[in-house]
Write a protein that binds this ligand. Sequence first.
Ligand code: DGL
Length: 283
Amino acid sequence: MAIGVFDSGVGGLSVHRALVERFPSADLIYLADQAHAPYGGLPGERVVELTRRGCERLFEAGADLVVLGCNTASAIALRRLQQTWLPGFQHARGRPANVLGIIVPTIEAATGLPWTPDPKRLPEKAEALEVLGIFSTAGTARSRVYEIEIDKRRGDIAVFTEPCPELVPLIEGGADRLVLAPIIQGHVEALTRRIGRAPDKAVLGCTHYEIVADLFAAALPPGVQLIHQPRSTADSLERYLTAHPEYDPGSSGQRLFLTTGAPGPQNGIVEAFWGAPLRFDAA
Ligand code: DGL
């Protein structure tokens, strides 16, 4: 079997790369739904439908386990799919199949607590308030998932989310870093103004932003710790695979890159991030 990684576009490559580093011999299939990207501004129902179709395509291509390498899909679609479509799909398939998101591992990293569905809230301690900044798509920001889930667990972490709606189309379109840098700077400044000071920690809560993580790091004041979502996702998947030996990640190191959009080479900033030429095939 293989592990599938799904995103609206190239952002999930940041998660994919962390999985390749962690599981070098695993078989991995990447699917970018570039025909419908960006997801960040789409109505929720549409994100649910597109995410379901993406998962189906990855299962069809040989994956048994799909990681949503997309915050927007994880925030808006995952719970719905787990409650509605997935149980019937698993039953009809007759062999293990599951879909995992990237928000739970990120919240575990941000809170320092293992995930439980009914957490006991650590009480507010005004003198020890930590400020966490999240940069995300408009869809993830609207869901308020990070604010809600972190507040259930840690009363002493204040979460502020900054939507950056123009970034995904620019990164998908291969915009010049000189264009991206001042936009990112503007979002860092907007978040800092809203908080009244710089955050203590930050999450690039849209996987596309990892592709230009150095521009975020340069725009944030020194000392702001970036929580690395792809690494947290790899940590979490490692624990999941240990606890669920029914999922075999494969051992031939196969890599398949599929897109619902135009097949072919990826743009310059993506290849610079990837460190090698990268071509997507038709899904
Ligand atoms: N990479 C997706 C995420 O993490 C981008 C969503 C989009 O297509 O707007 O949210």
